[in-house]
Design a binder for this molecule. Structure first.
Ligand code: HEC
Length: 174
């Protein structure tokens, strides 16, 4: 069951939870989000309605955008970066799921901004998702190291990967 491997492959996420008290609450929130994504995949595995998968993937990207923005705020305010490892791990998890979230037939409806190029150049699209996964894994390491400069540099590098994929595969969101 590939969905469950998402949790199994992230023992590091769980180990971060022990670091600080406040993080336990954070972790609970993240774990619930992850459980929601997993249950969502099981549901559309049966129903496979394009509107459902479009809604789910847009929610996943939106959540990633929030994680990414929270990191920017920490960078700008000079805050502690170690707690952001959990968010970086979430981005890596989501990046791994991206290729599965664009099945044939989910190219229109539901307010999607996906460009047809995703389906005509699948290898290129999946390559961008893979690059994001690698960038986010490095971001997780940088956060865990507590080194603010390294984290900020890797955050910018990761942002380039976001922009690179959007340029080719996503219509502008106005
Ligand atoms: C592999 C390509 C790819 C990468 C990498 C990628 N995105 Fe996206 N993103 C998309 C596509 C395609 C959509 C449009 C999905 C849709 O509308 O169905 C999207 C949509 C979004 C949305 C809008 C969600 C909504 O409300 O509809 C946000 C926000 C977003 N991405 C943020 C990010 C951030 C932040 C990163 C980097 C950390 C990132 N994306 C990396 C392809 C990518």
């Amino acid at each position: 069951m590939p969905q469950l491997s998402v949790i199994a492959s992230r023992p590091s996420v769980l180990s971060y939870a022990g670091q600080r008290n406040g993080e336990m609450r954070e972790m609970a929130r993240h774990t619930m989000w992850l459980a929601g994504v997993i249950m969502g995949s099981m549901v559309f595995g049966i129903a496979a309605a394009p509107e459902q998968i479009i809604a789910d993937r847009r929610a996943g990207f939106k959540h990633m955008g929030e994680n990414f923005k929270a990191m920017k705020e920490a960078i700008d305010s000079g805050g502690d970066v170690a707690p952001l490892a959990v968010r970086a791990a979430e981005i890596a998890d989501w990046a791994k799921r991206i290729p599965t979230m664009f099945p044939p037939g989910s190219d229109s409806g539901g307010g999607t901004h996906a460009k047809p190029d995703i389906w005509t150049d699948r290898a290129g699209f999946d390559q961008h998702a893979s690059e994001l996964q690698q960038a986010a894994a490095k971001l997780e390491q940088a956060a865990a190291s507590g080194n603010k400069d390294a984290f900020a540099a890797q955050w910018r590098a990761t942002g380039q990967v976001c922009g690179g994929c959007h340029k080719t595969y996503r219509y502008r969101i106005s």
